[in-house]
Design a protein around this ligand. Structure first.
Ligand code: ATP
Ligand code: MG
Length: 225
């Protein structure tokens, strides 16, 4: 469960990134974050990762709870969370397999378990035949499949996706959405996007942000500009 209680992020020069944000997201829920540029979508994702510290309010993620006060369990918190970005952020000198395996290797998982989870992720994202290739040999859609695979291995329960279809053509974007649809069965997903076609076709709960405020929480899905 993810819970925000009256969370605000204010910058020193008076810039307000988020104000009075209160919402709850259940396990295995899929939630879109929409709204114009600067509305606060990335701010919410960064708060969940504790990359940003709230100025005010309380954030609860399962048994982790944090506020403006010092929080000591950041590394442990991040083990739960996988992140997918618009620009993929794949390591260019590592193979597909290595890019996906790296977080589990750092965490010290046994080799056999790493192999098992990476193979499962490759199968789920449809790139099992690419595992020995290097990023330069892949298309944009394939790179995003690598990024999604990387985000799920290590038993991560929460996936944060920041405009993950932003650099993809419409057909490839839909291929990627179908992967997210499959993931949504067993993961909590927060999906920031500007793509209204996607939001209105694959209908899931929508949080609409504007100027740092949640102006709508549409449980039935769908969004009009
Ligand atoms: N380091 C910072 N200092 C001051 N203001 C900041 C800083 N980082 C972000 N902001 C402000 O916070 C607000 C929210 O930004 P955020 O990145 O969450 O928007 P967004 O909804 O993700 O936009 P986009 O769709 O363009 O990605 C913006 O007005 C932004 O300028
Ligand atoms: Mg953003």
């Amino acid at each position: 469960m993810i819970s925000f209680q009256q969370v605000a992020v204010r910058y020193p020069l008076g810039n307000v990134a988020l104000e009075d944000a209160t919402f709850e997201i259940e396990d295995n829920e899929f939630v879109y974050l929409v709204g114009p540029s600067g509305a606060g979508k990335t701010t919410i994702l960064k708060l969940i990762l504790h990359e940003l510290v709230p100025t005010e309010g309380v954030i609860t993620i399962d048994d982790f709870q944090f506020s403006h006060k010092n929080f000591k369990r950041v590394a442990e918190l991040r083990q739960k969370i996988g992140v997918v970005f618009q620009d993929f952020k794949i390591l260019p000198d590592d193979s597909v397999f290595e890019n996906i395996a790296i977080s589990m290797e750092i965490k010290g998982y046994p080799t056999k378990e790493i192999r098992k989870q990476v193979e499962e992720a490759l199968a789920l994202t449809g790139i099992s035949d690419k595992k020995t290739l290097f990023p330069a040999q892949l298309s944009a859609g394939e790179l995003q499949r690598v990024a999604i695979s990387r985000a799920i291995v290590g038993n991560r329960k929460i996936i944060l996706a920041d405009e993950p279809t932003g650099n993809l053509d419409p057909k490839t974007a839909w291929d990627i959405m179908n992967i997210f649809k499959k993931l949504a069965i067993s993961k909590t997903i927060l999906f920031a996007t500007h793509n209204t076609d996607i939001v209105n076709s694959l209908r899931r709960r929508v949080l609409v942000l504007k100027d740092g405020r949640i102006i709508k929480d549409n449980k039935k899905g769908g969004y009009k500009l």
